[in-house]
Design a protein around this ligand. Structure first.
Ligand code: GLU
Length: 329
């Protein structure tokens, strides 16, 4: 299949936030690293709002997210693009996969899936057992009357080399994943009609000419599915850089639920943006701890080698918080 999208002209990176709440420190860390990587290479940055899920389609939340990026000193060159406005592009990619007999309808309910297998810890991925892979046409018709199906992509059997994906991550180094063992046939469209993240992200990155994907470590394993989809659709494969996660001292991820560390709360407390970006840059090994630094002042000290030397989770402990929040908490 032909390659679609602009050819690479220098680094083209992206911010791809999901507007499900206010940005927290982990999102800020990923955004800062994506920005520094692009700006230090003189490249182009695209802003894409990942509002596929109807629950993420509140434009006020998206506007606050955009305002937080500006407050942090992070700018972009193209966008914002909204995934909720790009449904036809995803539909046509799914239609191409379906025409090539690479998809099938899946009628499994959420509880059936959960009963059959335990999700992996990091990103909620589970190994699909192939329950609906070989349903007869008559069975599909019969079940479709009762329930709208999801759409799954067939992945090659474990022994087929096409289903073993190898790639090199700029931070985490060489990776290898056998799709049939890690996730099995995966969703490209949910049963409620919403396009699956894996499909949308591949279509968007390709059509937006993105050649460098920077995001949190929790999505490292998704890369194999995305590379496989890009190959099937004839797209260029981007390079990947997964950045460490920010975690609480007990290694739990700092999530959007920990409201006291989201940007709404930090801004309300009068914390300066330079303090936030300086402390996160220090955690990445770019500058000394405890200094304030705007993103534009960090461009010269950025390198992926420094990040690669610091792969472990970034622990947001009392000392970190004390440097970030010098006021009484
Ligand atoms: N939208 C995802 C998030 O906010 C990121 C997806 C990606 O970078 O591929 O976590």
């Amino acid at each position: 299949m032909p390659t679609i999208g602009p050819g690479p002209t220098g680094v083209r990176g992206r911010f791809a936030p999901t507007p499900s709440g206010r940005m927290h420190l982990g999102n800020v860390f990923s955004a800062l690293m994506a920005w520094l990587s692009v700006r230090s290479a003189g490249g182009t940055l695209v802003l894409r709002i990942e509002d596929l899920d109807p629950r993420a389609q509140d434009r006020t939340v998206a506007a606050r997210l955009v305002d937080d990026l500006v407050w942090l000193g992070l700018d972009w060159d193209e966008g914002p693009f909204f995934q909720s406005e790009r449904g036809e592009l995803y539909d046509s990619a799914i239609a191409r996969l379906t025409a090539a007999n690479l998809t099938y309808p899946c009628f499994c309910t959420r509880s059936e899936l959960h009963a059959a297998t335990a999700p992996h810890a990091s990103d909620g991925t589970y190994l699909y057992q192939g329950t609906c892979r070989n349903l007869s046409a008559a069975e599909v018709t019969r079940r479709s009357k009762r329930r709208a199906p999801a759409t799954r992509l067939r992945v090659p059997l474990a022994k087929d080399p096409a289903g073993t994906i190898t790639w090199s991550d700029l931070v985490f180094g060489p990776q290898r994943e056998v799709l049939a063992r890690e996730c099995g046939d995966f969703l490209v469209r949910r049963s409620d009609g919403v396009t699956a993240y894996q499909l949308a992200v591949v279509v968007d990155d390709a059509l937006m000419g993105v050649n460098q994907v920077v995001r949190g470590r929790d999505l490292l394993e998704s890369s194999a599915r995305q590379i496989y989809l890009a190959r099937l659709l004839g797209f260029n494969e981007p390079c990947y850089a997964h950045v460490p996660l920010l975690v609480a001292p007990d290694e739990r991820r700092l999530s959007k639920r920990e409201r006291d560390l989201d940007l709404g709360s930090l801004r309300a407390r009068g914390i300066r943006a330079e303090r936030v970006t300086g402390e996160l840059a220090a955690a990445a090994g770019l500058v000394d701890r405890g200094c304030e630094a705007a993103p534009s002042e960090l461009v010269g000290s950025f390198s992926w080698d420094k990040l690669a030397a610091q792969r472990g989770n970034i622990v947001v402990d009392e000392r970190f918080l004390h440097r970030l929040l010098p006021l009484p908490r």
